[in-house]
Write a protein that binds this ligand. Structure first.
Ligand SMILES: [Zn+2]
Length: 116
């Protein structure tokens, strides 16, 4: 308890649910969003290898769970922070949807007309 956020210049405490990350709620959502937009770019091209897609799936579930734990752990969150958590959930859900969509495209490609 009482560890501070590892991001330089940030004075917020790290909640117990984020002890492993050593980040405050704000920086956890920020880095999660950044990670998601990175992966979104990767999956948008539709040529991420299956291994990588599985990694991304795992990332989404693990971080979604962690975020849910943080959000429901009884921390005193400001309205801003609550809104930020919700929009991060949305980002995770959209990434998941993107992944499914690009998956569908590529399996169509394999079973359809595109030569391999
Ligand atoms: Zn922080």
């Amino acid at each position: 308890m009482g560890t501070s956020c590892q991001i330089a210049g940030c004075k917020n405490d790290t909640p117990a649910a984020l002890a492993e990350q050593r980040q405050c709620v704000l920086h956890f959502t920020l880095s999660l969003e950044a990670g998601c937009s990175e992966m979104r770019r990767e999956t948008a091209l539709g040529n991420a290898p299956q291994e990588r897609q599985r990694e991304i799936m795992k990332f989404i579930t693990e971080h979604g769970e962690r975020l849910a734990r943080v959000a429901t752990s009884g921390l005193h969150l400001t309205d801003d922070l609550k809104a930020r958590i919700l929009s991060t959930f949305l980002t995770l859900m959209n990434l998941r949807e993107n992944l499914d969509r690009s998956n569908m495209r590529s399996s169509f490609g394999r079973s359809g007309h595109l030569p391999r």
